[in-house]
Write a protein that binds this ligand. Structure first.
Ligand SMILES: Nc1ncnc2c1ncn2[C@@H]1O[C@H](COP(=O)(O)OP(=O)(O)O)[C@@H](O)[C@H]1O
Ligand SMILES: [Mg+2]
Length: 299
């Protein structure tokens, strides 16, 4: 066989393996109850604000009348429980033990949001074998009895783990900041995602913007690249302002949507909640006095 023919055959085989993997993942996870909405929150680069968004969005959705469960799937870097303000001793990984049931790992968090911690007792990854996957699948199945919205805080980047979570979720929020490195890494996630699935349910959230227009700029930059190289466009759900309330809230271990509901960041999350619930693009949020001062003094 010529070099070219064997390379072609390898490519076709690779593609078949990827397709089979995607089908398998789809079959494995995609049968949660139809009325349960599953939203994965992911990013290319770490530290873009996934956990802050996941926690505050969960509380915002719960306050809007939804029954919300938050699953911290960022094993190793798990920190949802810090923000949920309680100490957990059981986590997602513990479900692999035969004597641990779903009720044992579900905690009652702030505002009645249920959550499952991602803290791993030992350095563990979620590269599960088939038997372990089946076990998790079976035990997690009943989450949909406890919630009608399930939010998953995934890790950052392109590990198999993260890709599996985002492929299996019906909706994906891809968090980026306006930083060029974060934008480039967000593009890599979209590229991986479009390679594995035909679904187009990934939406951008641009965090740490100074002006509303920054969000459009970032979305445009990403879309120029995705259209050129992948032939797809990605919708933008909305943005969150740069706001020191967010880091203060992390230090205080109190979600900003509760501790500072009038802050610019909290008002953005409230708009994101509305837009998730009514399917429309996020409305304008004024930055208030601090925004005025920033503009006045040219920050
Ligand atoms: N909108 C924001 N304004 C100011 N700082 C932010 C904002 N979003 C995130 N941060 C900062 O970035 C840090 C990382 O956020 P986090 O939600 O933990 O990111 P990730 O989960 O993606 O790693 C926070 O502790 C906070 O200091
Ligand atoms: Mg995080």
């Amino acid at each position: 066989m010529s070099d070219q023919a064997s390379r072609l055959r390898n490519l076709v085989e690779e593609r078949a393996v990827e397709d089979a993997l995607a089908r398998e993942i789809g079959e494995l996870y995609f049968d949660v109850a139809e009325n349960t909405r599953v939203i994965a929150i992911t990013s290319g680069k770490g530290g873009t604000g996934k956990t802050s968004l996941a926690v505050n969005l969960a509380i915002g959705l719960q306050s809007a009348g939804q029954k919300v469960m938050l699953i911290d799937a960022d094993i190793g870097m798990a920190n949802v429980n810090l923000l949920m303000g309680s100490v957990t001793n059981r986590s997602l990984i513990d479900l692999l033990n035969d004597d641990v049931e779903l009720e044992d790992v579900v905690e009652n968090g702030v505002s009645g949001v249920k959550y499952i911690s991602g803290i791993a007792a030992v350095e563990a990854t979620l590269n599960l074998n088939r038997a372990e996957q089946r076990k998790l699948h079976k035990k997690l199945g009943r989450c949909s009895d406890m919630a009608n919205v399930i939010i998953i805080d995934t890790g950052a980047g392109l590990s198999r783990n993260v890709i599996e979570f985002i492929l299996a979720s019906e909706e994906v929020l891809l968090v980026t900041t306006p930083e060029p490195t974060a934008i480039a890494d967000a593009y890599s996630v979209i590229k991986a995602y479009t390679k594995y699935t035909e679904r187009r349910n990934i939406k951008l959230v641009v965090n740490r913007v100074h002006e509303e227009e920054d969000c459009d700029d970032v979305a445009e930059k990403i879309n120029q690249t995705t259209q050129k190289f992948l032939g797809v466009s990605i919708d933008c759900l909305g943005y969150i302002y740069e706001d020191k309330t967010v880091s203060e809230a992390v230090h205080k271990q109190e979600p900003f949507i509760i501790g500072s509901p009038n802050s610019a960041a909290a008002r953005c999350v409230q708009e994101l909640v509305k837009s998730l619930l009514n399917g429309e693009r996020m409305g304008s949020v004024s930055r208030g006095w601090r925004g005025f001062l920033d503009r006045l003094f040219g920050y």
